[in-house]
Design a protein around this ligand. Structure first.
Ligand code: GDP
Length: 344
């Protein structure tokens, strides 16, 4: 690649240029036989994206797992791209974790995520991948951003310290996508999902996010007959939860209907307190004991609710209500107890 180039990348002149539909929105269906690389296809997001694309008729969903290709290894990533030559990339690979994992291992969260992103994005550019979706997170926004958080809040204030390393890495990814658009004219895009959950989540007792942690804790307490459970923090922070199957639909929708450099929020537009979430999980699991809170554990950011009007204006809406999604996720957890799916 010529770093001094000021002309569009060759892939930018590919034949299937974006069309503008009668409703004013961009519309370009992706070729169902395109070779799609979902980076992170064993993870919560990647596996949901693959399931959805398969359902939508995509036939060439290749790509190595993290055990087969370490995306932090630059040479290996470039060699893989040279050989596989994907047409479409969904970058869903990342080192992720809950509030404690992020707060205690900022070095790995920063370094691993930066390397994964830079390697995949650089290799995709080098090999002329025309369509690419980069996935970030709602934690990229300032800790005290006005709620609900609009995309314009990016880089307007200090970050939440418990996940600033992860956030900075993800912000870098958005900027790299924008730089490639500006310099090479490729229609790459970014999406920022809110807190996600669903089948295939990580249920590690210390490192996972709040929702799988509550499912596991209430389930184990029910099984052992414990009289009470202790959750982290005050229970007062507010969070928004999106089922990962809804995110997967949003990913394809954006690839087919969005072509701008600004990131797009993906969420439900409604939130609840962690205390309310715990009560819902308690009911779904069927635990009868009492619920206590440990204020010595971190609360994190007080509220993180996304403004999703940019995405809904493009014709997408979430379909899975929280209670229904929770019941489905709990059923998946019970089904997979004792299997590799839960050994993270
Ligand atoms: P965050 O959304 O980035 O803050 O990450 P989490 O999903 O890990 O935590 C969300 C909120 O849930 C925080 O206020 C935590 O204090 C609270 N919480 C309550 N119990 C738990 C738990 O068992 N695990 C986690 N990860 N968070 C919990």
């Amino acid at each position: 690649m010529n770093a001094d180039s000021d002309v569009a990348h060759p892939a930018a002149s590919a034949p299937n240029a974006l069309a503008v539909a009668a409703d004013g929105n961009v519309h370009r269906p992706l070729d169902r036989s395109a070779r799609v690389f979902v980076a992170g296809r064993r993870g919560l997001v990647g596996s949901a994206v693959c399931r959805h694309l398969r359902r939508e008729g995509f036939t060439d969903l290749g790509g190595p797992t993290s055990a087969e290709l370490d995306l932090r290894e630059r040479r290996a990533v470039f060699a893989w791209f040279a050989d596989a030559r994907p047409d479409v990339v969904v970058l869903a690979a990342a080192r992720v974790g809950g509030i404690k994992a992020n707060a205690t291992r900022p070095t790995e969260f920063l370094s691993d995520n930066l390397r994964i992103q830079v390697n995949v994005l650089d290799a995709a550019l080098e090999h002329g991948v025309e369509r690419l979706l980069f996935l970030g997170s709602s934690c990229i926004y300032p800790k005290l951003a006005e709620q609900p958080i609009r995309e314009e809040a990016l880089l307007t204030g200090p970050l939440e310290p418990t996940n600033d390393a992860y956030a900075i890495a993800k912000i870098t990814g958005i900027l790299q996508v924008q730089a490639v658009r500006r310099q090479y004219g490729l229609p790459w895009i970014s999406a920022m999902p809110t807190n996600l959950y669903g089948s295939g989540d990580n249920f590690h007792p210390k490192h996972c996010h709040v929702l799988p942690s509550l499912i596991r804790r209430f389930h184990e307490a029910k099984e052992s007959g414990a009289r009470s459970v202790v959750n982290w923090g005050s229970g007062s922070p507010r969070r928004e939860f999106l089922h990962v199957d809804d995110l997967a639909r949003a990913c394809l929708h954006l690839l087919e209907h969005y072509d701008e450099g600004g990131p797009v929020n993906v969420g439900t537009g409604t939130d609840l307190t962690i205390r309310e979430l715990a009560e819902l999980v308690r009911q779904v699991v069927g635990y009868q004991g009492s619920v206590e809170w440990d204020p010595s554990q971190p609360d994190g950011t007080p509220r993180k609710l996304l403004d999703v009007s940019r995405l809904t204006a493009l014709g997408w809406a979430p379909r899975i209500a929280l209670r229904e999604g929770l019941a489905q996720t709990y059923a998946w957890y019970v089904e997979n107890l004792g299997t590799d799916a839960l050994r993270h």
